[in-house]
Ligand binder design. Structure first.
Ligand SMILES: Cc1cc2nc3c(=O)[nH]c(=O)nc-3n(C[C@H](O)[C@H](O)[C@H](O)COP(=O)(O)O)c2cc1C
Length: 142
């Protein structure tokens, strides 16, 4: 049984390019080892992440992530059973694409910069709606 979850959180400390690259590399290695795919969006000090894979591995990763002191206000938004994966691997999208170092990193997704559209089968799901909402909205600080 495959599941897909989406959560949102707020960065506890500012993440610069180096911190994001480190997060990207470590997460890709662990997610790949556990069969977890998905996407992490980072923007305006917030994160939205979709994780998908076998329930045990998604729950394992989400539990580790939720404990991470580098972010807080971790809120789980949707959890659904899926028949097949919607993402090939695990990637990260970061707003400042001008910083070409991170844009050249393997696993970097252009989703936030130029609105890559999802496959139709995924497009109508609540998870896709949430990712697009995050992409298109200005997330101001309270
Ligand atoms: C916003 C955010 C997203 C993260 N995403 C992942 C992820 O997808 N996979 C992962 O293994 N770790 C991710 N991490 C790192 C984990 O929180 C944690 O540091 C890492 O899994 C090591 O913890 P562990 O030794 O308990 O597995 C993320 C951290 C943050 C702050």
């Amino acid at each position: 049984m495959l599941v897909s979850i989406v959560y949102m959180s707020r960065a506890a400390t500012p993440f610069d390019d180096a911190a994001l690259t480190e997060l990207l590399r470590g997460s890709r290695l662990r997610n790949e080892a556990l069969g977890v795919s998905g996407i992490l969006l980072a923007k305006d000090g917030r994160f939205m992440q979709l994780l998908e894979g076998p329930a045990w591995s998604v729950d394992d990763r989400f539990a580790a992530i939720a404990r991470d002191p580098r972010h807080g206000e971790v809120k789980s938004l949707v959890r659904e059973d899926i028949e097949r994966r919607r993402f090939d691997g695990w990637s990260m999208a970061y707003r400042s694409l001008d910083d070409s170092d991170i844009a050249a990193e393997e696993g970097f997704s252009p989703f936030l910069a130029d609105g890559v559209d999802f496959p139709r089968s995924f497009d109508r799901t609540s998870a896709a709606w949430l990712l697009k909402w995050f992409r298109d909205r200005e997330l101001h600080d309270r």
